[in-house]
Each structure stands twice: as C-alpha cells, then as structure tokens.
Design a protein around this ligand. Sequence first.
Ligand SMILES: Cc1cc2nc3c(=O)[nH]c(=O)nc-3n(C[C@H](O)[C@H](O)[C@H](O)COP(=O)(O)OP(=O)(O)OC[C@H]3O[C@@H](n4cnc5c(N)ncnc54)[C@H](O)[C@@H]3O)c2cc1C
Length: 367
Amino acid sequence: MRLVVVGGGIIGTALALEAVGRGCYVVQLERDDVPHGASVRNFGMIWVSGRAAGPELDLALRGRARWQELSDRVPGGLVRPAGSLIVATEPAELQLIEAAAARDDAGWDWTVLDTRAARKREPALSSSVLGALHCPHDALVEPETVLTHLRELAAEAGRYTFQPGRAVVEARSGAVLDHTGSTHRADAVVLATGASLELLGGTEKETVSVRRLQMLEVSGGTPTPAHMLADGNALRYYPAFDLPERALLPLADPEVGRYGCQLLLAPRRTGTMTIGDTHVDEPPVDFASSEEADEYILASAERVLAGGVGAVLRRWQGRYLRRTGGAEPYLCSWVNDGVLAVTAVGGMGMTAAPAIAADVVSLLLGS
Ligand SMILES: Cc1cc2nc3c(=O)[nH]c(=O)nc-3n(C[C@H](O)[C@H](O)[C@H](O)COP(=O)(O)OP(=O)(O)OC[C@H]3O[C@@H](n4cnc5c(N)ncnc54)[C@H](O)[C@@H]3O)c2cc1C
C-alpha cells in the first residue's frame, strides 16, 4: 500500500514508522521546516498512571510497551524508565492516593510510600512531602530529539520519504495537494495534523476543542530528581483519581481555578527540568501567557523539591486537540473517501502514539 501521512508530529511519525514496518510505502508531509507542534513542546512523559481504566489505560499500557520496542532499536535508547512519583503535601491528598492504589481495577502496579520511603526513593523531595504514589511503568523520552530518531528508524527500510515545508491544502480520495501545487498520490491518506483543524470536516470539528498549556524549562537544583513528579493538584484532573475521596481535597488555590494549574516535572537528560502546566480551553482571542500561572508553577516546584529550582531558562506554550464528544480516547474518522483523520489524543498523545499507530495501520491494511 502507498500511504501519504500529513503531519510530522508524534502521531504522524509513529504512523509512518509502523506502516513502513508493515510493508507500506510512505510519504510524510509536514507544513513546517522542522516540526514544532505539541510533540516537541511536551514533557516527554510516557505516562500510564492516572489514566481511566478501560480503553484509555489499555492504550497507554500498549503505548508504553511499544515505546520500549522502538527504544531497543536505537543505540543509547529513546526511553528512560524513570518511574513517576505523585507527591502529597496535604493529608487529604495522601488519603486520595491511598484510595486510588486500593482500587480493584488498578492495573498500574502502584505503591504508596510514606514520607520516609518517598524521600529515600527520591532524595530530591523536600520535607513538605507527606507521602507519594510510586508508578514504575512511567517513563521519559526527549521530545526535542525523538521525532528525528523515529524518522531515522522509518528510513531504514528504504520505503519512506519525509518532506518538510509542505503544507497540505486539500486532501481527497487517493491524493493530497500541497501549497506548492504538487499532488501526492496514494492508496490512502492519513491526516495527523494535531490541533490544526483546516482539513477536518464539520462533524469532526464539533467533537474537539483546543487546550493551551504553559511550560517552563528550569535549571535543576541539587539534587535534581531522577523521577518524573506530579503534585497533589494533578489528582484533581486525572480520571484514575476520580473517587469519593477527591471531594475531600482542600479548596483549590485561585490559580488552579483560573488556569487549571498543576505541577508536572520531567527531568531532562541534559540536567535541566521541564515544568508545567496549565489547562486553559483556548479562548478565541486571548493569546498571552499568564505570569501569575508561571509563578504558581514555580512555587509548586519549590515546595516539593529540597534543592528548589534554579533559573528559568525558557518559557513556551503548547496546544493540543482533545475530544469533547465521542466515546473513544481519540478521533479516528474518515473525512473523505480514503482520507482518515487521526488526532485529538489530548494530553496522552506522546504516551499512546505507537499504540494508536498500530491500531490505525491495522485498520488501513484490514489486518
Ligand atoms: C505542553 C504539552 C505537554 C504535553 N505533555 C505530554 C506528555 O508528557 N505526555 C503525553 O503523553 N502527552 C503530552 N501532551 C500531549 C501530546 O503532546 C499530544 O497529544 C501529541 O503531541 C499530539 O501529536 P500530533 O502529532 O497529533 O500533533 P502535533 O505534534 O501538533 O503535530 C501535528 C503536525 O501536523 C503539522 N500540520 C498541521 N497541518 C498541516 C498541513 N495542512 N499540512 C502539513 N502539515 C500540517 C503541524 O505543523 C505539526 O507538526 C502534551 C501536550 C502539550 C501541548
């Protein structure tokens, strides 16, 4: 099969790699000279914990396993099995963590650690941490380099071409037209265009919305954490913690109400740390970052890290598309004859991409 993949983010790239591995000829078209959408702006967390039991958790677990297979093909590896700690600084957060770990459907292999055990496992934690949920499945990749590695893997078979700087303006049965006027013919087209809605149909647009996140890179304090970290505010958002004990959490700080702030922290291979984030459903005109939200995220990191955080090195925003309608964890929909849209993976696209790629290629090949 000849396949055109539109979009050079993690979904398009994982799809291209999977399709090439299963014998397809793939042309991947990317609008920018170097992709710089959600897939390079994220934490790089292959985050299984926190997912809703059922299709979402299944996707995350399969994604984690396939990431490992890909990682094993690259000298030096792609995935660091860092594990994660969701830390509690309030008794009610610890109570919710304990309740979540006791769920019968917990397929996450979680352990609840008291303050001593948490600080023994992660010496970078401060004394304000009352306990933590250790999630060993969780892992890290480096978002700024991982797409390049995956493209190199795809190129090994000799059936893959990556064409950056090509904005697709029309996708129809058996062909796409790019902004230079070139037509690329194929047996099937996959639109993996992330938060860009131009090529989606009206029905698809009605079931998705764009969410904006604020992120920072900071230099690490001493010691720098080895684990990915999340703070108690994360318990307010992730479905695995949607339990009666959630109602007992302390009243959320105003910044949590205004910007959907939580602390997520990913230690980078370079020794710096990516921290975030906010969850704001994109308003039509407000494009600005909030300094108040950044300050809150920095203060949250200072609270849970014994050595605090160093200088702010970079700040950026990212956007992802998420589903607001439909039962499946992501959008997979024929928008035209032979043209399949695969997007709206929300905050788990990095985690789930290799599993989504396997499912979508099976759909296309009918196998
Ligand atoms: C700040 C942030 C942090 C996140 N953290 C995590 C995390 O730690 N773990 C996790 O699992 N998930 C995380 N996510 C979610 C994850 O990053 C996304 O779900 C995922 O990257 C979406 O991938 P994508 O390929 O669909 O989109 P994108 O990465 O946006 O890629 C889409 C690509 O399509 C291209 N494109 C668009 N239109 C056209 C066109 N017409 N022609 C050609 N090319 C086109 C764009 O230029 C872009 O490169 C995070 C997201 C954000 C924003």
